[in-house]
Design a protein around this ligand. Structure first.
Ligand SMILES: Cc1cc2nc3c(=O)[nH]c(=O)nc-3n(C[C@H](O)[C@H](O)[C@H](O)COP(=O)(O)OP(=O)(O)OC[C@H]3O[C@@H](n4cnc5c(N)ncnc54)[C@H](O)[C@@H]3O)c2cc1C
Length: 391
């Protein structure tokens, strides 16, 4: 098999890249190790930045998102039983975010790719990227029990944190920056209308909690839990009781309970692999960087990376110049580090470390109080949350 761009992974990064290249008249092949049902069901991100919404629309993949997605103009910070709303459009000159699940983004992109785009092979596992430093990189993969080779002009590793693409970057040119956190998120999906019409980020002495939603009838909620927690240790009743405690307010706000349909624990990690390019191998999305989910940045960063790659390749076709491809890693990393900083700040602002001292507790509350009393502080949060520019 031969193609211009070999794409490993059909998560949001790989699928959107295939769509952008198709729209630009550049052929690609997508290899995905899982089956279609698995990719379409995997519960993850739910918040799309304004820039991501604009990119999906421009790519012709925004029709259902515009119909079914929920535009959100703010979030609520909850601490010390107090409630403070951050108004995004008022603070950022009109920007907002969209609540539309990653599962739905993937479903829309898969349907478009299968209808109009190039090959998208499910259950096709990339085994290794070879010749990344040459003009003819190859992906060795296994599909339907047979090993095969995909010959490419470029390979883009969109294969997430556990993928193989990153391993093709030689250790001597690689630098890894990493931090793990001593807690994770227990996330649930529940068949109950959200108890608030915007996301609620709660800081509590017992730990962080987040109220989010997937649709007007489905709630998504998270609890900070110790690292290594098994979701099955938590009965449904215990989860609701704990959520109720952490979302407690001084007014008559009430948490709605309903049947829990899914629960799982996500570890928290910050990770950046530099550089994001080696020869003709480019890394995009979680293959190159991970952020803790508190800032809702992971999917949005993946979108930024593939837009940067697609633009650079189109630029090369139009001008013959490799300038933008050569700048790929530096261009992406600038935005990646802003998102790393924002996600780290949000995580340390809202989570309670197991060894937190009373002094640190007071500092957290003072930082939260600052958002409630300073427009400058609030504007910084609103700008970070609605997203850093793609250019
Ligand atoms: C609980 C949770 C909540 C989150 N919330 C948010 C949020 O609100 N907002 C946000 O922006 N982000 C959020 N994120 C992060 C977001 O989900 C990820 O950043 C996003 O999925 C990255 O997309 P990706 O395409 O780079 O990688 P992935 O989605 O991981 O996709 C990689 C794909 O590659 C495939 N693959 C792996 N290895 C191979 C191989 N060898 N061969 C072929 N295919 C392979 C995988 O099966 C997968 O389909 C959240 C994550 C979690 C876990």
């Amino acid at each position: 098999m031969r193609t211009t761009v070999g794409i490993i992974g059909a998560g949001p990064a790989g699928l959107l890249l295939a769509r952008l290249l198709h729209n630009a008249g550049i052929d690609s092949v997508v290899l995905e190790s899982r089956d279609r049902a698995y990719v379409e069901r995997r519960q993850r991100a739910g918040i799309l930045e304004q820039g991501t919404v604009d990119v999906l629309r421009a790519a012709g993949a925004g029709e259902r998102m515009d119909r079914e997605g929920l535009r959100h103009d703010g979030i609520e910070l909850r601490f010390d039983k107090r409630r403070h709303r951050v108004d995004f459009p008022a603070l950022t000159g009109g920007r907002s975010v969209m609540v539309y699940a990653q599962t739905e983004v993937c479903k829309d992109l898969i349907a478009l790719q299968l209808k109009e785009g190039g090959p998208l092979l499910f259950e096709a596992e990339a085994l290794a990227v070879e010749g990344a430093g040459t003009d003819r990189p190859r992906v060795r993969f296994r599909h339907e029990g047979e090993e095969d080779v995909l010959e490419c002009d470029y390979v883009v590793g969109c294969d997430g944190f556990w993928g193989v693409a990153r391993k093709a970057v030689p250790a001597e040119v690689t630098r890894v920056f990493e931090r793990t956190y001593p807690f994770g998120w227990l996330g649930i999906l529940a068949d109950v209308p959200p108890s608030h019409d915007e996301l609620v980020y709660a800081r509590h002495d017992r730990g962080f909690a987040l109220l989010s939603m997937r649709s007007p009838s489905v709630s998504r909620l998270y609890l900070q839990v110790p690292e290594g927690t098994d979701a099955e240790e938590w009965s449904d009743e215990r989860i609701w009781d704990e959520l109720e405690r952490r979302f407690e307010t001084a007014d008559d706000w009430r948490l709605r309970r309903g049947p829990i349909t899914q629960k799982s624990v996500t570890p928290m990690r910050s990770y950046v692999h530099e550089p994001m390019r080696h020869g003709r191998l480019f890394l995009a999305g979680d293959a190159a960087h991970i952020v803790p989910p508190t800032g809702a940045k992971g999917l949005n960063l993946a979108v930024g990376d593939v837009v940067t790659f697609a633009r650079a390749l189109v630029h090369r076709r139009e001008t013959g110049s490799d300038t933008l491809l050569d700048a790929y890693s530096a261009t992406c990393l600038r935005r990646v580090w802003q998102a790393e900083r924002f996600s780290y700040d949000m995580t340390t602002l809202l989570h309670r470390a197991p060894d937190a001292t009373p002094f640190e507790d007071r500092l957290q509350l003072a930082r939260l109080d600052r958002f409630a009393s300073s427009r400058a502080a609030e504007t910084d949060l609103a700008e970070g949350y609605t997203g850093f520019p793609l250019d």
